[in-house]
Design a protein. Sequence first.
Length: 294
Amino acid sequence: MKVGLVTYTPEKVEGFDLHAYYAKWADGSVFPAAKEMQNDVTCFCDARAIREDPSIVAVSKNGPALRKNRKINMPFDFVCPTNPEYKAKVLDYIKGLDRENIEGVTLSLYHFPEEEFCVCPRCVNLWRQSGLNWTEWRAQTVTDFLKEAKSLVKGAFAVEMFPDPVLAKERFGTDFERIAELVDYFHVPLSSRDYLTNYWVDLLARDFVKVLKKPVFVELSAEMLTDEKTDALLKTVAYLSRHNLMGVLLLVHDSENARQVCRFAVNNGAFREWLRKYEFTEMTRIVNEWAKLY
Ligand SMILES: [Zn+2]
């Protein structure tokens, strides 16, 4: 199993096999490409673009796809995915990344915000013209966008998955089968403030490995740094190492944050004894590798 990082700093850290860098954020911030790294691009969530032009937001009968709309529960502010000008801007940005020496591109939030979106006049018109039902039209819209994006990327092409293994196609327009044909792997973020309760990580990892027809990376949040939380995080990674995953990605603020996780694992005799006693052979191998560096 590989271990990688998802990070806000364009710096590789020793002891990790893959580095995903947040190049374009949901708040609208955009950064230059991180060389030799996987560049993660937030597609249709862009709070700044919506502030500048509120007419581009995705809409439903319960109002716009904004965090401040309390009739719905939106984690981010969503642009309508059929807006031609905004879409062209995102694709242009991806094209620019690909001109640099990058590992590849991961797309996130490239889909509809929820089942009831988007009913702007353009979307309703496109849906009617398609002759497809609502679910199929939305899935086709998302898949077509991913195809266009993939055609611009020479390196590894991956997508993040909103972690709903059951209703994803109806809710977001993400069609697992069609998307599997386009990507090298799936990146499933299972973010949490801590993993002191972790059965749900096991559960969702199991479901996604079963239903996705391409390799899977699971992302866990590693920004917390109390001993108790780091211990729970590392034990959760150990349990994940028993699934058939391509790897685990740890979300960190910066490189020092990543090194702290490694040092905690290496220097924690009780944790390493726990790995040995319960025969976590793959996780033991990973910590032994870190021990050569940290
Ligand atoms: Zn729309």
